[in-house]
Design a binder for this molecule. Sequence first.
Ligand code: UD1
Ligand code: CA
Length: 449
Amino acid sequence: MTLALVILAAGKGTRMNSDLPKVLHPIGQAPMLAHALRAGADLAPARTVVVAGHGADQVRAAVAEIDETIEVVLQPEQKGTAHAVDMARAALQGFEGDVVVLYGDTPFLRPGTLERMTAARGRCDLVILGFEAADPARYGRLVMDGDRLERIVEYKDATEAERAITFCNSGLMACDAATLFSLIAEVGNANAAGEYYLTDVVALANARGLAVTAVACDEAETLGINTRGELARAEALFQSRARADLMDQGVTLLAPETVHLAMDTVIGRDALIEPNVVFGPGVTVESGARIRAFCHLEGCHVSAGAVVGPFARLRPGAELAEDVHIGNFVEIKNAEIAEGAKVNHLSYIGDASIGARTNIGAGTITCNYDGVFKHRTEIGAGVFIGSDTMLVAPVRVGHNAMTATGTVVTKDIPEGAMAIGRTEQVNKPGFAVKLFDMLRAKKTRQTRG
Ligand code: UD1
Ligand code: CA
């Protein structure tokens, strides 16, 4: 079955009280819209159309970053959900197949739920996703007659008896494209809100003698986000699901509730994550790696057998090969660290490559920035960089070379060479004792005076 997704994302999200369009607020460090898109991607849609309105330019830019093949259409004025879907009509002109309508602010759909909807399409012309609401509040009510969905009545328009119904509309629906658009053309706005309700297509379809049904999902999946409080709860829910998924996949989390994951975090089997680790976007940790406590990782790759932290920061472009050790208070950015290399204490390695088995001494810094440009540091294999070495980039260190502690490296170091660049030490006999005496005498005079 060829499918097109239509994702509604034009609403203002007034109650977020934000300059950012609601669908771009992050959950797991990805816009909530990205979560809806990911859920939809399980259906392998041939087309995806996002309907944007408020903050459309921002939405367009965010969508382009997620996937350039996704189309964005504009709903200039928010006249209701049917009107919103209608905005995709032109984009889907001539499209043959099903349309699945999703909301951009409903990030928790489980894989499988959409499949159940499309499976139900095999039996019915129009399928709605419903849920048993613990507190039905202002949701649209599904008026069922056995398996048949008769109509959806919005809370505002519902009678007391209809308001007592707890089976509610999630907002998702699946229908043949041509049928859906012809039903939408019949939707009016004579209701309490003066809006074009997408939900009206249900009664219209029944009037045509089409088969309409509802498929049920868990309420948690349809959780919509309208306020910052709901956003915070959604984040908590996302985190607990993501942690549970990782543990199911064989990852050890010593204190799961203290590990913060991003939507795209990938961690291999038998990796071990200690407490208080934050994963930003774009992190892959391979099997058997260990991330020790209090690390912050983003846009990086950690290979099998590597050990990171405690208290390490891996920034975008940090590429750690097998068995690399990154220790405490070390920051790595845009740098490839080859197999078995060690950067164990208090270092900054940026815009660099470090060869296999090289050891970087404590306090080493790649001075990559001259105030205007960034420059690279290239260090070969089997190198020993002495503690407190300043590598003033651009600079190259050959294989098996060495730097003396405290060296400021401003010139390339040939393979096998030792670089020493520091002022020579001078010892002045007895001078320390004299100086102490002088200072102590001064202090005594001051406290008396
Ligand atoms: C809608 C449903 C209701 C359902 C509820 C589930 C209708 C008429 N009602 O109500 O049955 O129980 O969702 O959450 O469909 N949007 C646009 N353009 C518009 C209007 C809305 O893009 O002109 C988008 C919103 O950004 C949002 C979604 O559609 O993502 C739902 O709109 P919203 O106004 O929140 O609908 P509800 O009143 O909650
Ligand atoms: Ca809503």
